[in-house]
Design a protein around this ligand. Sequence first.
Ligand code: SF4
Length: 284
Amino acid sequence: KDFRNNVKPNWCPGCGDFSVQAAIQRAAASAGLTPENLAVVSGIGCSGRISGYIKSYGFHGIHGRCLPIAQGVKMANRELTVIASGGDGDGFAIGLGHTMHAIRRNINITYIVMDNQIYGLTKGQTSPRSEMGFKTKSTPGGSIESSLNIMEMALSAGGTFIAQSFSTDLKELTALIEQGIAHEGFSLINVFSPCVTFNKVNTYDWFKENLTKLSSIEDYDPSDRGMAMNTLMKHNGLVTGLIYQNSGQPAYEDLVEGYREEGLARQSLKLEKEKFEKLTAEFM
Ligand code: SF4
């Protein structure tokens, strides 16, 4: 299946987001999806444009709110595979509350964050993922705030699928997205996706020097939550691979009483009318 459309991305040459787009398209194809059963919802930022670059249903939402929209899409039609996407500023600053609650809610969507540790669309300001001391137009003397340890937070919030990757590692990233789509619950995949125009610190070379692949750690077990937390703390969050997965927790929609397999549009109005009349009769 081909998830390419004829829209040319207007990201800067070399932006990490190109690889994320390619990985989503490849993962959707190898998961056996078709464009008509995939919905990509995005927030605001350079990365937010991604919903227009993938042949699927797409919704470019508002800043920090891609997750409420994506959850609404999933609840209205659980037959759709739903991917939410955005940047670290979108999801971990204005949208952080939604991110934490979506994680603990465990609704069956995949959230892919293009984490470049800066606000790119607004031309280079410090983000919640920027390291302390990071100099930008908004912090010319260096950031005096510490960076958010988002993977540790996701683990603490009860995340059931937590992964991280690097945009140049297309093979690993594609495999993780495919695993995230297959996971019955909320999957968070944070992708280090360098902003070549505004972030001159966290470059491709910087990540190559500082990232550790979990597959290189002997006996690493992604079902062991304690090991996941210890490893994140030891490496200051700079690891890639499947950090943690708990396949034993039911997805949110499986716990909603009366929630049906078929999408709203396919449901019988007759049945709803009967239910509605029964309900109103109780109040007559
Ligand atoms: Fe990518 Fe940065 Fe350019 Fe935005 S400004 S498209 S994040 S390289």
